[in-house]
Design a protein around this ligand. Structure first.
Ligand code: BGC
Length: 437
């Protein structure tokens, strides 16, 4: 029975891999870190006086991969806008599978106590970040695949929210079956919802905090596990309800507050290696501006020895994308993850300012209120910008409209390079149009 569950999980994940254009499996993606080569436009960008056209300057998309928010298909026009355009994110499917497995392992290890009302149904609720965001879709699928609640929709796992599903009749999910120690349990997704606030901001922690209150009053001790697409929403639910009710809650991101909460009963989280992603975001810009091989300080040591090993990232040349690899953070290892803003030691050596003179970069965070981006990613970027001699202007968006951000890029000619975090993954053209003028 366990084997059957594992097999169906694998099949389900394979389906979701096939349908999720946002990332790749580590086995196919580990090709050719050096393929992108040296860039000519970029060496010009690094000359004094800056005669390089904005459309030829280095451009890095990060955290939200240019892609169709309905189908997940990558927006290759945006990803190959010029010779020095890349995406930096993480392997969404590998992380999603880890998150699902982490929750399943926890349930099995705590099977004697997990079913709070003893009805044989292990009920969970799920906070969904953004129904049109690859990472969010992958995590919903990963959890459903691991727990046996996934159903197929057009060749991929259905990632739609169910609203409520008290009796197990929702069509976007099915009841899963788990056999442990000779006893058979049902696993049911009791409720799930996209956490979007009335102004339109997604991954909204406050909305999740309210939702758990509503869910707890309808379902009470039917809720045995709380799962969230990220820690921002997960911690909001933990603080509002699950901590007091001792219900294990699982998130994603390994934000410092979530890691600390593991000591108080938070079930676990996934590190998306933001320390590696923040480095890559600025490193590819540094390399492009220096006119050196794009792999410098990444797969190949730079002049001071900064280098990443291939167990922390993959580069997919076809997708022009760098993906950091994820690590599960649970009660077993959380002590190693308490400082989420610490630079990654193998890439922490300062570059020489003569060989790598200061350059200016325009960078935006799509939503200044996003817990992961503001509490983990931006502080990391701020640590690396000094080490890489980049003067970065950080712009915080409102999480709602692209215009709120693009309005603050009125003079792109002032900058040597751009790093962009879109509100919606479909909207790359709002930025590339500005750079093409
Ligand atoms: C993070 C979320 C965050 C989102 C923003 C995801 O990768 O896990 O916490 O809200 O990015 O785009």
């Amino acid at each position: 029975m366990k084997k059957a569950l594992a097999l169906s999980m694998a099949a389900a994940m394979a389906l979701s891999l096939a349908a999720c254009g946002g990332s790749t499996s580590s086995s196919t993606a580990s090709t050719d870190s050096a393929a992108a080569g040296t860039s000519e436009a970029a060496s010009e960008a690094s000359t004094e006086g800056g005669t390089v056209a904005n459309k030829d300057k280095p451009l890095v998309w990060f955290n939200r991969q240019p892609s169709n928010s309905s189908t997940g298909e990558l927006d290759m026009a945006a990803l190959s806008f010029n010779d020095n355009t890349y995406y930096v994110g993480f392997d969404a499917n590998q992380g999603a599978e880890l998150q699902g497995t982490m929750v399943l392992d926890y349930i099995k290890a705590h099977i004697d106590t997990i079913d709070r009302n003893g009805d044989g149904v292990i009920g969970y609720v799920l906070a969904i970040g953004d129904i049109g965001h690859n990472d969010s879709i992958a995590r919903t699928r990963g959890v459903r695949a691991a727990l046996g609640t996934a159903v197929d929709a057009n060749g991929a796992i259905n990632s739609d929210p169910v609203g409520t599903n008290a009796d197990g009749t929702a069509t976007a999910v099915q009841d899963g079956t788990l056999e442990v120690n000779g006893k058979t349990y049902t696993i049911r997704e009791l409720a799930s919802q996209e956490m979007k606030n009335s102004a339109g901001a997604t991954w909204d922690a406050a909305t999740a905090g309210n939702a758990i209150g509503t869910w707890a009053s309808s379902f009470g001790d039917q809720i045995d596990v709380v799962v969230s697409n990220n820690d921002g929403m997960g911690m909001s639910m933990f603080n509002a309800w699950s901590k007091e009710n001792q219900v294990p809650t699982f998130g994603y991101d390994a934000n410092a507050d979530a890691v600390a909460a593991i000591a108080e009963g938070y079930g676990g989280t996934i590190s998306q290696h933001a320390d590696v992603q923040a480095y890559l975001t600025l490193r590819v810009i540094r390399n492009a501006l220096d006119g050196v091989d794009i792999d410098t300080g990444i797969g190949t040591p730079d002049d001071v020895g900064n280098v990443l090993s291939d167990d922390v990232y993959v580069y997919n040349a076809d997708e022009r994308s760098y993906y950091a690899l994820n690590v599960a953070v649970t009660a077993d290892n959380y002590q190693d993850f308490t400082d989420s803003t610490k630079v990654y030691a193998p890439v922490s050596t300062q570059l020489d300012a003569t060989a790598h003179p200061t350059k200016s970069v325009w960078l935006n965070i799509y939503n200044a209120a996003d817990n992961f981006l503001s509490a983990t990613y931006q502080p990391l970027l701020q640590n690396y910008d000094d080490l890489l001699n980049l003067k970065v202007e950080y712009i915080g968006g409102d999480g709602q409209t692209e215009a709120n951000i693009t309005n603050r890029l009125s003079n792109p000619s002032q900058y040597d390079a751009f790093a962009i975090n879109m509100v919606k993954t479909d909207n790359a053209a709002s930025y590339t149009a500005l750079l093409s003028q």
